[in-house]
Design a binder for this molecule. Sequence first.
Ligand code: ADP
Ligand code: MG
Length: 327
Amino acid sequence: MNGILKTENLKTFYILESLGEKKVVKAVNGVNLNIPQNEIYGIAGESGCGKSTLLKALLASLEPPLQLIEGKLFYLINGNYVDVFSFPEGKIKKLRWSYISYIPQGSMHVLNPVKKVRDTFLEFLESHTKRKDRKEYFLLASEHLKELGLSPRILDVYPHQLSGGMRQRTVIALATLLRPHIILADEPTTALDVVAQRAVIQLLKKIQREFQNTIVMVTHDMGIHAQITTRMAIMYAGKIVEEGPTNEIFSRPFHPYTKHLIQSLPKIGDKKLREGIPGSPPSLISLPSGCAFHPRCPYAFDKCKSELPELIEINSQHKVACFLNRG
Ligand code: ADP
Ligand code: MG
């Protein structure tokens, strides 16, 4: 499958040095992705497993202490794959917002509180497009909001006059102004109530449908993945441990970690507390030997403690990194 965004053995680590001591946080540790075009693709996993770092790597936005250790990143542009890390910084910057855009974690707070939303939109357009006059920019911004089913009156207010959910939708509108082919969204529904979450999900679905683009949706919330993604990857300790069509992941999860994530989802009408996953994710500074999940895995056997399971196909659509049933 020729995805729009691919990685090969991508490794990006935080290299921390203080008082002569060096610590390496292996946040993205050998990730192979092939993200299909025109779909909403999910990345799931508990907090601290490297999801936000992976998105920064996919955006080719690596700033110290985060470093590219090895691996490649490809974008499909006009039918050809380009090797993004070989690009000069200026060329990567040109792709940002127009080819690939990013909704950072906690981004409902990124709107400038002392400016009307209109000014943020106009300044964004001024700095990222060819010169037009403010009237044209204003029209463009209003039309875009209308297309997304949002009121252009948002432009006339200050961010604090909007609810958290509305602010989040405004940031999504801003990130899609230049019609990017790929949108990376980091936990856009986290910290919102259920009603506001639903509105954000509707908006992202509408954007994907109308602009026929690719959205990479990162959230720890498996319930959101079930509602919005068509394919997904499960991340644990900097690696992808399972990947496949979302309906198959939910109906036939293979990796014990995936099963735990699904089992810990609250069920309608079920008042008892769901069982969480025993233990907590390992430190990415000193990873366990073998499979990083083995200390928490109820099925672990000797091999899991010493060897690293590769991500391999269990059918043409579905991949798993686990030794169970594999001999
Ligand atoms: P997630 O988004 O899945 O919660 P992150 O990508 O934010 O995970 O973090 C992965 C690991 O990288 C964590 O161990 C976190 O503490 C570490 N980390 C994140 N940002 C930094 C940073 N700026 N400097 C050092 N370590 C970091
Ligand atoms: Mg995160």
